[in-house]
Design a binder for this molecule. Sequence first.
Ligand SMILES: [Zn+2]
Length: 199
Amino acid sequence: MSEQNGAVAELVDQLSRLPGIGRKSAERLAFHLLRVSENEAMALSEAIRRVRQDVRYCEVCFNLSESETCKLCGDRSRDQTKLCIVEQPRDLMSLEQAGVFRGLYHVLLGRIAPLDGIGPDQLTIEPLVERVRTGNFSEVIMATNPTVEGDGTSLYISNLLSEFPVEITRLARGITAGSVLEYANREIIADALTGRQKL
Ligand SMILES: [Zn+2]
């Protein structure tokens, strides 16, 4: 259908598939891209190409990375005894922007969600347990989102890790139940980190 309607319709069609972009916004964006310089428009297309071709998951922590291991894992100045567990790379970004935590991370790439058919095997829990088994961690901080599924995931993982000599803590509940890390502001995240409690 799009082919028959031409290039502009195809672009509108593609843009309107993005989350949060309705038909009207897609049209506005498409016409904006037609108005800006060719360089500016092509920079967007190049950024999309690069992110899909060059970005992958860090082999250690599953953060987004452009090489085998990410910058955070390679940074020896970070506290190698503290491990913070998050659901998604964007949660890691929120925590990093708060600037309080100087340890390492582990990204689960999701949460256990039985209703959506997502079990522990689909997450990076196995490599996480292996990391804790072989690493020098003294504290594992559960920073999954304060939702029913996030809490369930956190509980599941803390049970698995209970056989290791690590202290398991979780973020203080400064973040309103149900809200997610990516939308919380810096101060709230910083408070939640400094006020973390034993699980
Ligand atoms: Zn990493």
